[in-house]
Write a protein that binds this ligand. Structure first.
Ligand code: ZN
Length: 185
């Protein structure tokens, strides 16, 4: 089932999401729905707050980027209650976009490696390190669980320049080519 994606300006995107227990109701169905929603919008990652669920759950499939970023080949994963243990390496710039912020792409600086503790879809605990585009996608989605979007990582000047376009998104004047949900509608 495809679920509408929450647009920038919706309060759920500013909330710190809460961890879930392994008896969370219909978790497998939710994961399936999140993948379906993400694929339908041509995304490579989706965090639960983006479907108006303030819980610490992320789905990722970076395979679509594997031509340019080979490390994403077969990178399809579910992250439950992830916790960043360490970020390391050089700061790298990459032009990011977000399903909640349609048509805006901006360079965001992030560290090239991230070490993560998380639970997989079977609720097995894992500690793993990711690099390159794998790390980038995780860091972007993880921000959603912390109540942040990539816009929050831009300079105040860049944000000011984007103000009009962001308010158009928040008011539903600008939408993606997929089902969206707006705060003010
Ligand atoms: Zn996003």
């Amino acid at each position: 089932m495809i679920i509408p994606i929450v647009a920038f300006g919706h309060p759920v995107l500013k909330k710190k999401a809460l961890p879930i227990e392994n008896n969370y109701p219909d978790l497998q169905e939710l994961i399936t729905n999140m993948f379906e929603t993400m694929y339908a919008a041509n995304g490579v990652g989706l965090a639960a707050p983006q479907i108006d669920l303030s819980i610490r759950l992320i789905v990722i499939d970076g395979s679509a980027l594997s031509k340019d970023y080979p490390e994403t080949d077969g990178f399809k994963k579910v992250f439950i209650n992830p916790e960043i243990l360490e970020e390391s390496g050089e700061n790298r710039l990459y032009n990011e976009g977000c399903l909640s912020v349609p048509e805006i792409h901006e360079d965001v600086s992030r560290k090239e490696r991230v070490k993560l503790r998380y639970f997989d879809e079977t609720f097995a605990e894992r500690i793993e390190e990711f690099h390159g585009m794998r790390a980038r996608i995780i860091q972007h989605e993880y921000d959603h669980l912390e109540g942040k979007v990539f816009i929050d990582r831009l300079s105040p000047l860049r944000r000011t320049l984007l103000k009009k376009r962001l308010s158009d998104i928040a008011q539903g004047k600008k939408t993606g080519a997929y089902k969206m949900r707006f705060a003010k509608k």
